[in-house]
Design a binder for this molecule. Structure first.
Ligand code: 2RA
Length: 339
């Protein structure tokens, strides 16, 4: 029979997308708990023609819950994830809290489903499966099919990340700032403390002692874990751009084996969850708007890297919806693998 669900952080951008994706994919459930902070507790929400009352997240929230979808920040996951596991729940955690834990599978279903094959629903033993960071998911959806063919030895990524990655409030502020700037007013800068509209800036994640920010190091570390290859060389520069909800990424790949662009294009056309938009004649390539609210990651600008001899390098341009495939859809595809 269908599993009982809990959605932790249901009022956030990803929490709301969890509900949309559950409904779009007719995910089977016997019951669903809508959990959020005290501030939202008591509010009503309608889901699939049924009215729910949002409950305050507590240590008692998980008894009888088979699958708990978390997207309420790392501190909430750290505090309540273990409690849910002790209740026998399978936690699918969208935060970064446990991603690099040795015994926690970090899963993109189209890429490394085998990493979670030992986790079974209702086994009496709870578990936690980590959802990778959005920029990692979007990048690897395109890079992995090529890696599987010709083994990536080095990957260089530049990201152009949407407001949604910083939450619903950042999306609202981008819209507000844009209006204010156009009206000649001083832009409201609460979220990023600098003007976002008609601007771009280095990702707002904290900068580490090595000069990389946390977002960039997530891409480096998560790629190595997901590909189960600690030798692959990865470097990244993550930038926040004035786009609402879809990330764009420039990806340069260097291979161990030669891989020509036509073969790469064919591989990508057949890759699950990927669409190729690569029309040089009309200069039509992936854009954030084209992938917004869509499940697929779009890839284009597929070309041989002219800095590499032979066909040992490729350049790509990838776009993906940060809230959907970058978070909610990937998490629910993980949950589907438990059914
Ligand atoms: C961002 N990756 O885009 C983060 C969100 N999880 O800021």
């Amino acid at each position: 029979d269908a599993p009982s669900l809990a959605v932790v952080g249901v009022t956030g951008a990803v929490g709301q997308e969890f509900l949309s994706v559950l409904s779009d994919r007719s995910f089977p459930y016997s019951s669903i708990k809508m959990l959020a902070s005290k501030r939202s507790a008591g509010k009503r929400l309608t889901f699939e023609d049924k009215e729910y009352i949002i409950e305050e997240l507590s240590a008692d929230s998980f008894s009888g819950v088979d699958i708990a979808l978390f997207s309420a920040g790392g501190s909430i996951s750290k505090k309540f994830g273990p409690i849910a596991i002790d209740c026998g729940s399978i936690v699918v955690d969208n935060s970064s809290a446990f991603r690099m834990d040795e015994d926690v599978p970090l899963v993109i279903p189209e890429v490394n489903p085998e990493a979670m094959s030992h986790i079974k629903l209702r086994s009496g033993k709870g578990a936690l499966i980590a959802n990778p960071n959005c920029s990692t998911i979007i990048c690897l959806m395109a890079a992995t099919p090529l890696h599987q063919r010709a083994k990536v030895v080095r990957m260089v990524v530049s990201t152009y990340q949407a407001a949604s990655g910083a939450g619903a409030a950042a999306m609202e502020e981008l819209e507000q700032q844009t209006r204010e700037v156009l009206e000649g007013k001083r832009p409201t800068c609460e979220i990023f403390k600098q003007q976002y509209a008609f601007n771009l800036f280095s990702h707002n994640a904290p900068v580490l002692s090595n000069g990389y920010n946390e977002e960039e190091m997530k891409l480096v570390k998560e790629t190595r874990k997901i590909w189960n290859n600690m030798n692959v060389k990865v470097t990244a520069t993550c930038i926040r751009v004035p786009v609402m909800r879809a990330h764009a990424e420039s990806v340069n790949l260097q291979f161990e084996e030669p891989l020509d662009e036509d073969t790469a294009r064919t591989i990508l056309k057949n890759a699950p969850g990927v669409v190729v938009i690569d029309d040089r004649a009309s200069n039509r390539f992936p854009t954030p708007l084209a992938v917004s609210n869509k499940d697929e990651v779009a890839v284009g600008r597929i070309r041989q890297d002219v800095s590499q001899d032979g066909n040992y390098g490729l350049d790509l341009f990838v776009c993906g919806d940060q809230i959907r495939k970058g978070a909610a859809l990937n998490a629910i595809q993980i949950a589907e693998m438990l059914l």
